[in-house]
Each structure stands twice: as C-alpha cells, then as structure tokens.
Design a protein around this ligand. Sequence first.
Ligand code: DQA
Length: 145
Amino acid sequence: MDVLLINGPNLGALGTRKPEIYGNVTLADVEATLGDEARALGLTLECFQSNHEGAIVDRIHEAKREGCRYYIVNAGAYTHTSVAIRDAFESVEIPFVEVHISNVHAREEFRHHSYLSPIAAAVLVGCGVKGYSLALELVAHRLSA
Ligand code: DQA
C-alpha cells in the first residue's frame, strides 16, 4: 500500500450529514473516485473510516507495518481533541496530508485549532470533497520528487 486514506468520526455519514456544509457526495463515492485517481497516478490506495479514536491509532501503526508511504487524513472532530492520533503520526514518522471538507476557520472557534496541523506535511481546508483529490495529487508529486 502506498497511501492510506483515513476518515474519522461521522465522515461515514457523508452525503446525508449536513449537506449544506459537507455536500451530497457519499464516502463510498469519495473512496471510489480516489481509488480511480490513485490507479491513474500509479499508486495503490487503501481506505479506512472509523468513529473510534483507538481504532484510528491502531490503523496508523498497522499501515506502517504494511509499508504505507503517505497518509491522507480527515480526522473529523478528533482533529480538535486527539493527542493520541497526533502521537501516532509522530511515532510512525510517515508524512500525512490533513484534509477538511469545510473551511474550519470560518466555523466555530473550537474548530480553529488542530492538533495535527503543526506536524502535517500539508493542510487542505474548505475545498469540499475535492480536497481529497488535491491531497492525492500532492502526495503523488511528493512521492515522485
Ligand atoms: C471536518 C471539520 C471538523 O470540525 C468536523 O468535526 C468534521 C469534519 C471537515 O471535513 O470539514 O467532522 O473535519
């Protein structure tokens, strides 16, 4: 596996959850699109979604053992709360791109702080689900550099 896409809590409800903020596209659609784009870029991609902090920590470590070279992560609300997920990324020493569908900086104050951004290779916010594709394009560029 070259790239692991991780989506955190409530992102499994994409498409029906607050469409005025997150749009109408489902997570299955996002994952299928990214799979196609990864193939076209010559990369292998795996996708993982969980509502559970520990499961995300476990998957980050497991991916290292599987030879993962880059993560793309939308940790959802855990972005703003989870030292454990940040520690997992620091521990594996594999770069990641942080993605947020909405512009978190234009929303409630508690969404402005991210535990992940200071250690992210790049951060994409407010691009809608297109942010995942932009992140993948960046990952392909970085891996080939
Ligand atoms: C989100 C923004 C977070 O604040 C929120 O908790 C989410 C989604 C986004 O993609 O815009 O679940 O990460």
